[in-house]
Design a protein around this ligand. Structure first.
Ligand SMILES: Nc1ncnc2c1ncn2[C@@H]1O[C@H](COP(=O)(O)OP(=O)(O)O)[C@@H](O)[C@H]1O
Ligand SMILES: [Mg+2]
Length: 232
């Protein structure tokens, strides 16, 4: 479970002060699939980076998986991030001269797993995203949708409790976006909690719950009935 209470984030430069989050309040329960929408500059990425312990904040309380992480130092944050969180970015962030196997291996090397355990996780996660037969390919030999699947495999290999995705379909055509969304839904069905920022209202509607960020706050919480429950 993830709970943010009155989270504040201010970016300061010599000339301007930007209040990226102002009293940001949100609770996400285990197993949810939350889609986050909102105008450009409203604070969606800032929220996701704080949620994923990539960024610190200036006020409020953040509890993640039963722990108050508000005052964690860098080392505590990166340990918890490595153990519990997987990230997916709009730009895939793959390393061009590493094949798929080695790309998925990158975060696992930081975790101290032995090579047999890493191999098991890499093969299993590439299997999950349907690319087990491409392990020796380079990212450039794949379509955009396939590259995003590799990035998803890389996130899954850590066996995260939370999968955080910032515009994961932003660089994909609609057919590839739909297939990435189907993959995320199937991952959510296995119990992984997902929070996804998206511009696409059609994809957002496929999530179990929608929230909107406006001006650094959660402005609207609209619970969408899960499709399965609706047709049962
Ligand atoms: N590193 C940064 N330095 C200064 N301002 C920033 C930084 N990151 C984000 N901001 C500002 O914070 C606000 C929220 O940004 P962001 O969270 O990226 O919005 P969104 O993802 O919804 O487009 C914007 O006004 C943006 O310009
Ligand atoms: Mg953003």
């Amino acid at each position: 479970m993830l709970t943010m209470t009155d989270i504040k984030k201010v970016f300061r430069t010599d000339v301007v002060e930007t209040h990226a989050l102002r009293d940001f309040n949100l609770q996400v329960d285990e197993g949810e699939f939350v889609a986050v929408t909102g105008p450009s500059g409203s604070g969606k990425t800032t929220f996701l980076n704080i949620a994923g312990l990539l960024e610190t904040f200036d006020g409020g309380i953040y509890q993640l998986d039963g722990e108050d992480v508000s005052h964690f130092n860098d080392k505590q944050r990166s340990r918890m991030r490595n153990e519990k969180i997987g990230f997916i970015f709009q730009s895939f962030n793959l390393i061009p001269d590493l094949d798929l196997f080695d790309n998925v291996d990158v975060p696992l090397r930081y975790r101290g797993f032995n090579s047999a355990e890493r191999k098991r996780r890499i093969e299993q996660s590439l299997e999950t995203v349907g690319l087990a037969n491409r392990m020796k390919h380079l990212p450039a030999q794949l379509s955009g949708g396939q590259q995003q699947r590799v990035a998803i495999a890389r996130a899954l290999a850590g066996e995260p409790r939370f999968l955080l995705a910032d515009e994961p379909t932003g660089n994909l055509d609609s057919q590839m976006a739909t297939s990435v969304m189907e993959l995320l839904k199937s991952i959510n069905d296995t119990g992984t909690t997902i929070i996804m920022v998206t511009h696409d209202p059609q994809l957002a509607a496929e999530a179990k719950r929608n929230i909107q960020v406006r001006d650094g706050r959660v402005s609207e919480v609209d619970n969408v009935m899960p499709l399965k429950a609706a047709t049962a």
